[in-house]
Design a protein around this ligand. Structure first.
Ligand code: ATP
Ligand code: MG
Length: 325
């Protein structure tokens, strides 16, 4: 199984993602608006669209070269974070799928791993992070953020994390202007990207606080179980306190994850989330699915596991909602 970097799409998959009629694909090709390559798969030669060529199509659509049959627009919030002080709610899994999907849509994306566990890094198929610079070097050793960035795939860059990042809290606490250092570093590279997304660690840490100062949108991932719901009030209070202390407005979305419509408890928690946080809850509910686990195991996108499956549908809908609504 190939990695996200080498991902290719059949004309039908492309038509589905681009929301154009299947019959349009060959017209787009003959008009020079879409590049289709021939790939040998076993004995057959098949028409395929590479990730890079699909990105070129969407980029051109965004700046209007294709007329008005498709425009995906620009992200409403350029700097976003996935957050919850509770562990294991699906932050790293959804961050990885979100940034890969945003890159598929032609955006230039920077993912930042702010968790010493390095799960976003691993989910993006980077396995040598122990040898690489992390945000620790940027915030503590004055490395420029540009020097900590690596390319992962067409349109997708990453600041990786490794275990060393777990030791950042004490040295960061001793730095002047500690909560502003991350936002100042991000500001220096922000105009090179359409979207910047951080995955955070499950704690009320100074590092997460720094990202709350840098971000415009916080996506709180809440598993649809009672303990996760119970922790939501604390999460919302923490965000409000940060907004007051740093005089910095944050938009907040709550994303229900691991939903199972066969479980009464899952239905009840979703109902309570929507009642108590009606303004913040996303329309999209991410279902519990073996496909998302499989994508994590294979370190790739849900599209490569099953392009027509429920996880691909959920990630598509979540991505559009977090980018454009
Ligand atoms: N919708 C889902 N369906 C099935 N499995 C899921 C789903 N979302 C997440 N998982 C699985 O749940 C586990 C925890 O997810 P993940 O590591 O993304 O959580 P996290 O919030 O980042 O955890 P931590 O707080 O430790 O950083 C992983 O095994 C992941 O594959
Ligand atoms: Mg995580």
């Amino acid at each position: 199984m190939s990695s996200f970097r080498e991902m290719c799409f059949t004309p039908n998959e492309f038509a589905n993602i681009a929301q154009v009629d299947k019959g349009m694909v060959s017209t787009l090709e003959s008009n020079g608006l879409l590049k289709i390559v021939r790939r040998r798969l076993g004995n057959a030669e098949r028409k395929m669209i590479t990730l890079e060529d699909m990105r070129d199509y969407f980029k051109a659509a965004r700046i209007g070269r294709h007329g008005d049959h498709h425009t995906s627009g620009w992200p409403k919030h350029k700097i976003q974070m996935f957050y919850n002080v509770k562990g294991g709610t699906g932050k790293s899994t959804l961050t990885a799928q979100y940034v890969m999907k945003a890159a598929m849509l032609g955006l230039k994306v920077l993912a930042i791993d702010l968790d010493g566990q390095g799960h976003l890094t691993v989910n993006l198929d980077i396995l040598d992070a122990h040898e690489r610079a992390t945000i620790y070097d940027v915030l503590i050793n004055d490395l420029s953020l540009a020097d900590a960035i690596m390319n992962v795939a067409p349109g997708l860059d990453l600041v990786p994390a490794n275990l060393g990042l777990c030791n950042i809290e004490i040295p960061l606490n001793n730095k002047a202007r500690r909560e502003y250092r991350l936002s100042e570093a991000i500001a220096k590279i922000a105009d090179q990207y359409d979207l910047i997304v951080a995955d955070t660690n499950p704690a009320a840490s100074i590092l997460n606080g720094s990202m709350l100062v840098a971000a415009q949108l916080v996506n709180v991932i809440c598993a649809t179980n009672p303990l996760s719901f119970h922790g939501m009030s604390l999460v919302m209070v923490t965000i409000e306190e940060m907004e007051r202390e740093f005089k910095h407005h944050l938009d907040v979305r709550i994303v229900p994850n691991m939903y199972d419509n066969r479980e009464v408890i899952s239905q009840e928690v979703l109902g309570e989330l929507r009642t108590q946080f009606s303004e913040n809850c996303t329309q999209t509910v991410v279902n519990r699915s073996a496909e998302l686990n499989e994508a994590t195991k294979r370190r790739t996108t849900v599209w490569q596991v099953n392009a027509k499956g429920v996880a691909a549908q959920d990630i598509k809908s979540l991505t559009h909602e977090l980018l454009f609504n």
